[in-house]
Design a protein around this ligand. Structure first.
Ligand code: SF4
Length: 276
């Protein structure tokens, strides 16, 4: 158990509204269910799911299933927002039909591309909706630290905790405060007879661990096939000299042998907005 006082100041704890960033994955599903069952002192007013357009079909199905469940059982709203379709935009860019596109963290032998996708497709659309809901405009004293933003990061991923850099928003980590691990959230959801939440994130995300790729390969072969096709399209990425890859070994996804790879690698850093 970790006290909130250890990671945010008293002043930051004065937020008046609470919003949960829902990713349709294991931790954020468990977190929201716990909150609605009164496991924390407060509850979020609403949850927001930012659809990048790149989530696998089973993640979208789960989001729809859970959205219906919380509406029926708790009269609680999960709002879906979308900027554009990231998958389509990248494909159109590669065909030469667009001048620019948000960078995803593609890999080459010399390093990673900058990541713009989380900000453009997850954070900004969610922030836009929150600002609209709570009428937040220019910086002002009354709305400083107005929104407590719940992020579904569990204690085994503590290194992903961050402080908000926005004047109106404070990040809070209730799973970490409770000492909950990823498995604990899955077990919690299953206790209520709900389907097990999937691992979420764009199917083509280069941050995926070997463990995730193997999971996709074994459990959702159609999505894995799509990832292989996507991987082939980004090899000679427009405007770049190096060959680009999705897999961290910088080899084509179609050539990865999961029996040969270390399955206990850590995932790369993300900030609780994407499911990774
Ligand atoms: S899951 Fe990966 S590709 Fe998708 S928005 Fe997040 S970082 Fe970008």
């Amino acid at each position: 158990m970790i006290s909130r006082n250890l990671y945010i100041s008293e002043k930051e704890q004065t937020f008046k509204h609470e919003v949960l960033m829902y990713g349709a994955g294991t931790q954020s599903t468990g977190l929201l269910l716990m909150a609605l069952n009164g496991e924390f002192e407060t509850k979020p007013d609403v949850a927001i799911f930012a659809d990048t357009g790149g989530e696998p079909k089973h993640v979208i199905n789960y989001k729809n299933y859970f959205t219906e469940y919380v509406k029926k059982e708790f009269d609680f709203n999960i709002i879906t927002v979308q900027y554009k379709n990231l998958e389509t935009e990248i494909k159109e860019y590669l065909k030469g039909n667009r001048k620019r596109v948000s960078c995803i963290p593609l890999r080459s032998k010399t390093g990673l591309l900058m990541r713009q996708c989380t900000k453009d497709y997850k954070i900004n659309p969610a922030d836009k909706k929150i600002k609209e809901l709570y009428k937040i405009k220019r910086k002002n004293k009354e709305q400083e630290n107005l929104i407590g933003t719940w992020l579904g990061i569990s204690i085994d991923e503590m290194y992903r905790m961050k402080k908000s850099l926005d004047w109106w928003k404070v990040f809070i980590y209730p799973l970490i405060e409770k000492g909950f691990k990823r498995e604990d959230t899955i077990n919690y959801v299953k206790r209520f007879g709900l389907k097990e939440p999937p691992r979420s994130a764009c199917y083509f995300c280069p941050f995926h661990s070997n463990h995730y790729w193997k999971y996709l390969h074994n459990k959702y072969p159609n999505e894995y096939k799509k990832a292989i096709e996507f991987d082939e399209t980004i090899r000679n990425y427009k405007g770049l000299n190096n060959k680009m890859y999705l897999h961290k070994k910088t080899i084509p996804l179609k050539d990865v042998d999961y029996n040969q790879l270390d399955m206990f690698d850590l995932i790369d850093e993300c900030n609780g907005y994407c499911g990774i």
